[in-house]
Design a protein around this ligand. Structure first.
Ligand code: HEC
Length: 450
């Protein structure tokens, strides 16, 4: 189907003699009918693959996009959203930084051109019998990670909370005991956090379940047993990388709800954990996704120096120096409604600098974790400086800005601002760093030549 269409684009675009020939051979109408993309043949396969998982009656998308009658009234807006690369939600700057990600759901330029050409030619349906089979839709009751790893080893639940139908953001922060679920120290392979099915999955904007467990020698180990954000799925550590947890401690739930115009009673978010087999010790130890602030304020954590004047555009930078080598596996920016762009740059000890990742269409509705491909994941030597740059647009030109006349300061609400990001990070020893770098060089040389 695709290659077929590329051929047709060719006729309109580059291959002028073919077009001329086609014009001579065919009456114009037949030709337009023949070459214009149709819903059933050209557009539905794209929507089924890239949109249907959310745009279905139970998904988080505001309207289903499953058949011609669903899609037709939205055609104009769909064309706009895909050209602006706001949909599907993948808000990376395509012109800079690493472009190879495991969970890339963006459209190719060719897919965008197909949708735009279809809308420009009046969004015709085409032959109904050519419609591809309905895609398999994800079931919000199930763990996404289960497809790969089977059922989780254990599931923990937050205490119930009722979310009012029409209100501002709501937070639910509570501790629950962690007891009796494992009988000795174990390594975590994967985690996933979600609202309960069916309404919780829609009302949970983002959340963290952090386990602090006691190692039995007076020490404590702290790490996420679930982090969720709209558009973010579970976290799977690479094979051979794990997070150590102990049998007793407590889980801190920090859940941020955004009302959905209907009451959600006794919502209980839940976190699922997949473990490595008993007795297995992975070579690499991680503490999962970690917090990095783009801020120079007191204490760093809370962006205390953040101040956006009315009608202003402003950037702020934070620097973190790596005191050990590290592998960065994912990048998840976090700002609020005025947030526009956020980037992560590395300045290597030798002075070279490199843009690692940049989001230029930041949208607070989304908390996407961009997961680097294995051989693209930044492998950084000790002494690397990480520069985090956040840019806010507090002008009327920002469609998400609730009121450009306001001074904006740091705060928890979506109308206040924040500036941090979550990095999936595994710290390495010098030996591990050398070995991983050499192995990667070997693989890339084998692939691309020296
Ligand atoms: C990961 C889930 C997800 C995927 C995948 C997704 N959408 Fe969406 N879409 C949403 C959500 C949630 C919203 C509302 C929030 C927003 O606009 O960001 C939305 C909003 C939209 C809107 C605007 C609706 C309005 O009333 O403003 C359009 C149009 C749209 N999506 C089209 C698409 C198309 C076309 C695709 C595939 C090419 C797609 N979406 C893929 C979840 C998704």
């Amino acid at each position: 189907m695709k290659s077929n269409f590329r051929f047709r684009v060719g006729i309109f675009g580059a291959t002028r003699p073919a077009l001329l020939l086609a014009c001579l051979l065919l009456p114009w109408n037949t030709q337009a009918a023949k070459f214009a993309p149709t819903f059933t043949v050209d557009v539905a396969p794209i929507l089924f693959e890239k949109c249907a998982s959310c745009h279905n009656p139970e998904g988080i998308g505001p309207m289903p996009l499953l058949d011609y009658a669903d899609v037709k009234p939205w055609a104009g807006l769909i064309s706009y959203k895909v050209q602006a690369r706001e949909m599907p939600p993948w808000h990376l700057d395509k012109t800079t930084g690493i472009q190879n990600y495991k969970n890339d759901i963006s459209l190719s330029d060719e897919q965008i051109a197909t949708i735009v050409a279809w809308v420009e030619s009046g969004s015709p349906e085409g032959d109904p019998s050519a419609l591809p089979p309905m895609p398999a839709l994800p079931n919000g009751a199930q763990w996404q990670m289960a497809e790969l790893l089977g059922p989780p080893d254990f599931v923990v639940k937050a205490p119930p909370y009722t979310i009012a139908p029409n209100a501002q953001d709501q937070w639910w922060v509570r501790n629950t005991p962690f007891e009796g679920l494992i009988d000795g120290p174990r390594y975590v392979r994967a985690t996933e956090l979600k609202g309960s099915y069916p309404l919780g999955v829609k009302v949970l904007h983002h959340g963290h379940a952090t386990l602090t467990s006691e190692d039995g020698h007076g020490g404590r180990a702290s790490g996420p047993v679930g982090r969720q954000g709209v558009g973010k799925s579970g976290d799977l550590f690479p094979e051979g990388t794990g997070m150590l947890i102990y049998p007793s401690g407590q889980i801190t739930w920090n859940l941020h709800y955004f009302p959905i115009a209907q009451e959600v009673r006794n919502e209980q978010a839940e976190a699922a954990v997949w473990l490595y087999p008993k007795g297995y010790k992975p070579e690499f130890e991680t503490r999962g996704e970690q917090f990095f602030a783009a801020d120079t304020g007191p204490g760093g954590l809370w962006a205390g120096d953040l101040l956006l004047p009315p009608h202003s555009i402003k950037s702020q930078q934070g620097v973190r120096v790596l005191d050990r080598p590290a592998l960065i596996t994912s990048f998840r920016p976090h700002m609020h409604m005025r947030g526009r762009a956020q980037s992560l740059e590395a300045i290597y000890p030798d002075g070279r600098s490199e843009m690692l990742a940049r989001v230029d269409k930041y949208n607070h509705n989304w908390q996407i974790s961009y997961k680097f491909d294995d051989d693209a994941a930044p492998l950084l030597p000790k002494g690397t400086r990480l520069i985090i740059t956040s840019t806010w647009d507090n002008t009327g030109a920002n469609p998400n800005n609730p009121d450009p006349r306001q001074w904006v300061v740091f705060g928890q609400r979506g109308v206040d601002e924040m500036s941090h990001l979550w990095l999936g990070i595994t710290y390495l020893t010098d030996d591990q760093f050398e070995r991983l770098s050499a192995e990667r060089r070997g693989r890339l040389t084998a692939q691309n030549g020296p």
